[in-house]
Design a protein. Structure first.
Length: 223
């Protein structure tokens, strides 16, 4: 039986790196879409929002298969990446980033939309009367007022990205030291009968998740 001292800790930094990059991608897209849904409703916006929320309800295998179809070697995006950059995200940690970003996006999107909708439009109108540009109004008024709610959602997205398993396993695989995250390492430990290693990894993952949830609840209380 593998002892905790001899445990392979490489999945921990990889998990944090994948979750951090995925959360940044989800945050950038979630902010843009959340502002549009809150301030610029347009024809088909409800359908687009529903599509963005699909990762919350779709089975991970469906999401993983969709990524494989688009970004596999013969997929439209995958073939383009291979032709222009000689790179494939399949069985690479970049694939885990894409899968994690997609499952984290709904959490950022909902939080950002609600935060932007909670801002009094009169405050933004007052800033515009001072000849502030739309970008200046967003950066100086809208974003600071909405930031507590956005940050709370971002922390939840990070926790969700950190725990992603199904879609990431299909896209990136579970290659030790390369694509194996904590959730995959736990699964492999259980499958191989290394119960002690599995317990240690479960405790580490649970501790990180609890810390993130506590921080997220604090920011939600500031809204």
């Amino acid at each position: 039986m593998q002892t905790a001292a001899a445990l392979d800790w490489r999945p921990l930094p990889l998990t944090l790196r994948v979750a951090a990059v995925a959360t940044l991608l989800a945050l950038a897209l979630g902010l843009a879409l959340g502002w549009c849904f809150a301030r610029r409703r347009f024809f088909g916006s409800g359908v687009l929002e529903a599509i963005c929320m699909l990762p919350l309800v779709l089975p991970p295998t469906v999401l993983g298969y969709g990524i494989l179809v688009l970004m596999g070697r013969e997929g439209p995006v995958g073939a383009w990446l291979r032709e222009h950059f000689d790179h494939s995200v399949i069985f690479h940690w970049h694939g885990a980033v894409i899968a994690s970003a997609l499952v984290a996006l709904p959490l950022v999107l909902k939080s950002a939309t609600a935060a932007f909708e909670g801002i009094d439009p009169a405050l933004e109108a007052a800033a515009r009367t001072l000849r502030q540009s739309p970008l200046s109004v967003f950066l100086r008024v809208t974003l600071p007022l909405a930031w507590p709610g956005i940050l709370a959602g971002t922390l939840l997205a990070f926790a969700r990205a950190m725990g992603e398993f199904g879609a990431s396993l299909m896209v990136a695989g579970s290659i030790p030291g390369q694509t194996q995250t904590l959730s995959m390492a736990i699964y492999d430990s259980v499958q191989s009968g290394q119960d002690e290693a599995a317990v240690v990894l479960v405790l580490v993952t649970s501790g990180l998740s609890v810390a993130i949830l506590v921080a997220s609840n604090r920011f939600f209380s500031l809204r």
